[in-house]
Design a protein around this ligand. Structure first.
Ligand SMILES: Nc1ncnc2c1ncn2[C@@H]1O[C@H](COP(=O)(O)OP(=O)(O)O)[C@@H](O)[C@H]1O
Ligand SMILES: [Mg+2]
Length: 311
């Protein structure tokens, strides 16, 4: 504590502060790189602003709280989000990153990857692997509490993220850096069929949506991810070695949820009173299956476009 304080006092007066501080942080592993986690705010945000996703709310809140309680975690936190388009996966990953740092999602320690942008060519897997490894290593040396979000994993060429295997396990300090404080979030639509089927069967059986348990889905998602060549984890040792802390299912959204999305977005635009637009947006979405039309095929994704249409 006193050593940390004295480093910062010294840094304040010295022009060589940055170099000195970086060196100190690497060696002592005790600098917090603007890490100001606010679990209460994260939980509140999840419960208030994410609709119809009781499993994601529970798992993300619990796993993040448990992970951050440990001063020296045994392994990094690795979450894998699954579900159909527009169900809130990217939204929840932003909430997670947003409540960990002083500067929220604009923090230089929250890193987002999009395969079509960062890893577009399947024939350059070897290059991507080398780049990704060096880059993750560099960022973890800079800040052990870094967050890495890999969105749209179904478009990730197979083999790229496998290079992260040594970082995800309970391994000891490598190159003088503690890799076990990092948080990784992988996001994909892989597994949507099984998630949507279980949610439909649950509904047809007359049960509450909230009765669906993670245990009904976890193994099926893990298997699908491992066996699918479009999951980013095709036959990956990361899955084989069970390095994913938790698979997080996002359930298909109903008309009620879509209307909540519409209401919330209308309010943000200053049109809280427009129940007619909420109703029109809900009525204009496409729902599946043909019999029952329970679930929105695009989740809440098309809501802004529909609002513009009806407002
Ligand atoms: N469960 C949800 N609760 C609240 N808003 C949602 C939910 N799902 C999606 N949305 C809204 O719909 C839009 C698309 O959601 P997004 O998180 O990008 O979906 P995806 O699952 O495809 O990543 C965002 O504006 C988000 O705020
Ligand atoms: Mg998304």
């Amino acid at each position: 504590m006193w050593t940390t304080l004295s480093v910062f006092i010294l840094c304040f007066f010295s022009p060589v502060c940055c170099v000195f501080q970086k060196l100190y942080c690497t060696l002592s592993d005790s600098c917090d790189c603007d890490f100001k986690p606010n679990i209460r705010d994260l939980e509140w945000d999840l419960y208030k602003n994410v609709y119809g996703q009781h499993l994601a709310q529970e798992i993300v809140s619990e796993e993040v709280a448990r992970f951050l309680q440990e001063k020296n975690p045994e392994r990094p936190l690795v979450l894998s989000f699954h579900g159909s388009s527009g169900t809130g996966k990217t939204l929840v990953s932003s909430m997670l990153g947003g409540h960990l740092y002083g500067s929220a999602m604009s923090s230089p320690y929250v890193h987002q990857f999009i395969p079509t942008l960062h890893f577009p060519l399947a024939n350059r897997v070897d290059e991507y692997r080398t780049e990704l490894k060096t880059w993750v290593q560099g960022n973890l040396t800079e800040c052990a509490r870094s967050v890495f979000i890999f969105d749209e994993m179904e478009l990730m060429p197979p083999g790229v993220v496998d290079v992260l295997e040594p970082f995800l396990g309970p391994f000891h300090v490598v190159f003088s850096t503690n890799y076990r404080k990092a948080i990784y979030v992988f996001i994909s639509t892989t597994g949507e069929e099984v998630i949507n089927r279980v949610t439909l069967e649950n509904r047809q059986a007359g049960r509450d949506r909230e009765e669906i348990r993670l245990s009904e889905l976890q193994d099926a998602i893990a298997q699908t991810v491992y066996n699918s060549s479009h999951s980013g984890f095709f036959q990956s040792s990361i899955i084989q070695q069970k390095l994913i802390t938790a698979f997080v299912p996002f359930l298909p959204l109903t008309r009620l949820h879509v209307e909540r999305c519409a209401r919330s977005q209308l309010c943000q635009q200053g049109h809280c009173q427009r129940a007619d637009v909420v109703e029109a947006v809900g009525g204009d979405m496409s729902y599946s299956p043909t019999q029952g039309r329970f679930f929105s095929t695009t989740g809440c994704k098309a809501v802004p476009a529909k609002i513009n249409l009806f407002l």
